[in-house]
Design a protein around this ligand. Structure first.
Ligand code: BG6
Length: 464
């Protein structure tokens, strides 16, 4: 694979570009990992060149502040040379002409709403996409299994699979990737990493953020599509994969696909899923209105702001071990972690007193930590068990998640992007739940913003 020298961002005036893509790119450039890159922004707004350059400058400011001299120079050079083009990607012709004009292999980042990206790809003809072009698609990839399949078909008429980067920025998070190091570079863990020793795995992403003005996207998505269909299923797959022979795109992505093919959420969905949405409350001293009163929300959609599901992985290693995936917005406590609960010891020798709690391994995704809860002999009566935690704080990675993702895009390594078959499988796993929820087969619960979510539990996901 050759390194791409031009990054074309479609949706240059949008929120994703300013908030995540450009800062991610800045770190990559500042650390010398994107030398000689040309950046072109394109958007539907008639921006003068300076407006785009200002935007790039603002988004680069943080990275420039901490960069060394070489990094500062690289950022300044890229800012200076970047160009903006007004472009309607849904019209027949303009995008194709721009691709022809840019010459050389280009990475085209579709930082656009999914239906716009889809339309832009449908309009492009195979002959209009120069050899070596890489297409970078943001989540959500399609709106269901069939539409993901359709989009895959369209993209494959334009470029080969290894030139398609379906972005899941969680795969660029250092601690998510560390699941692989932790599992496969340490001999003490893998022998117990199975149904014989593990009782349950929880993957929790509770956010203290509310809607943050994203109603246009979020109200049509909800927590199940927004977080579980993509990010949390990817984390689950890394927690559950068989040891791959290499951490190469083929071996690793084959292993991920095999886990997802074995995964399902089983009926009855009242037992295997929960959904809820927030009502007014106080979050970090701010007053948050009822979700349904947030600007742009259509109460008739019954959009959930918290989703929790039990996934079963029907294979030899994981049969009957619940994988509980949960994510919610506007919660009082930020909690972002994977928690592995081990089975109790087969026999606690008589004479021990105190709590005999199962071991838990926690992998924190921000702050990045590893924690192992163990029982030890306590002070005083030495046979009274005491719970203690071994804690490791992991150092932050040099790149932001979007920087990792972009590095893969520019160097042509699809390892950290979602393969086409996997994108379809993720929809297959959640689609029956979406249908059951649309039929109101599972009640939509409520919780006050700023609390720890609705009462009760699913597979005891809310215990500690
Ligand atoms: C995005 C979701 O993909 O991930 C957001 O659309 C969510 O709703 C975000 O807040 C969480 O990711 P991060 O990297 O900000 O923790």
């Amino acid at each position: 694979q050759t390194t791409v020298k031009t990054l074309l961002i479609l949706g240059a005036s949008g929120d994703l570009t300013g908030r995540l893509l450009l800062p991610g790119l800045a770190r990559l450039v500042a650390t010398g990992r994107a030398g000689g890159l040309r950046l072109v922004g394109a958007g539907s707004d008639p921006w003068p060149q300076e407006q785009w350059q200002d935007r790039v400058h603002t988004a680069f400011a943080d990275a420039a502040g901490t960069a060394d001299d070489a990094g500062k120079q690289a950022l300044a050079a890229l800012e200076e040379a970047t160009a903006y083009r007004q472009l309607d990607v849904t019209a027949d012709g303009p995008l194709a002409s721009l691709l022809a004009e840019l010459e050389g292999p280009v990475a085209v980042y579709f930082a656009l709403p999914p239906h716009v990206s889809q339309k832009a790809c449908e309009i492009l003809q195979p002959g209009q996409v120069p050899a070596g072009t890489r297409l970078v698609m943001e989540k959500p990839f399609g709106s269901g299994e069939e539409s993901a399949r359709e989009l895959n078909r369209t993209l494959l008429t334009l470029v080969p699979e290894d030139h398609i980067h379906r972005v899941d920025h969680f795969l660029g998070k250092a601690t998510v990737l560390n699941i692989l190091g932790l599992r496969f570079a340490n001999n003490f863990l893998e022998p117990v990493w199975n149904r014989g020793h593990i009782a349950k795995v929880e993957i929790i992403f509770d956010e203290d953020l509310a809607l943050e003005g994203r109603a246009r996207y979020y109200d049509g998505a909800g927590a199940l599509r927004d977080m579980i269909q993509s990010h949390l299923l990817q984390i689950m797959a890394l927690m559950a994969i068989e040891p791959p022979a290499t951490i190469g795109e083929r071996d690793l992505r084959d292993a991920v696909a095999a886990v997802l093919r074995a995964s399902s959420i089983k009926a009855p969905y009242q037992a295997s899923t929960r959904r809820a949405r927030y009502t007014a409350g106080s979050l970090d001293g701010r007053t948050v209105p009822d979700y349904v009163k947030e600007q742009g929300v259509d109460p008739g959609r019954n959009t959930e702001t918290l989703a929790e599901v039990r996934v079963d992985i029907d294979n030899w290693r994981w049969k009957d071990v619940p994988f509980i995936l949960r994510s919610g917005k506007a919660l009082g406590e930020k909690r972002k972690e994977a928690v592995v609960t081990f089975r109790p010891v087969p026999h606690l020798p008589g004479g021990f007193t105190g709590i005999d709690a199962p071991n838990k391994l926690r992998i924190g995704f921000g702050p990045d930590t590893l924690e192992l809860d163990v029982d030890v002999n306590g002070p005083g009566d030495i046979f009274r068990l005491d719970r203690t935690t071994l804690l490791a704080e992991l150092s932050a990675s040099e790149l932001l998640p979007y920087g990792e993702v972009l590095e893969g895009v520019l160097t042509g390594d699809p390892l950290l992007s979602v393969r086409g078959d996997t994108a379809e499988e993720c929809w297959r796993v959640i689609e029956p739940v979406l249908e059951a929820w649309a039929r109101n087969a599972v009640p939509l619960e409520e919780y006050d913003a700023g609390t720890s979510g609705p009462e009760g539990r699913l597979g005891s996901a809310r215990t500690d």
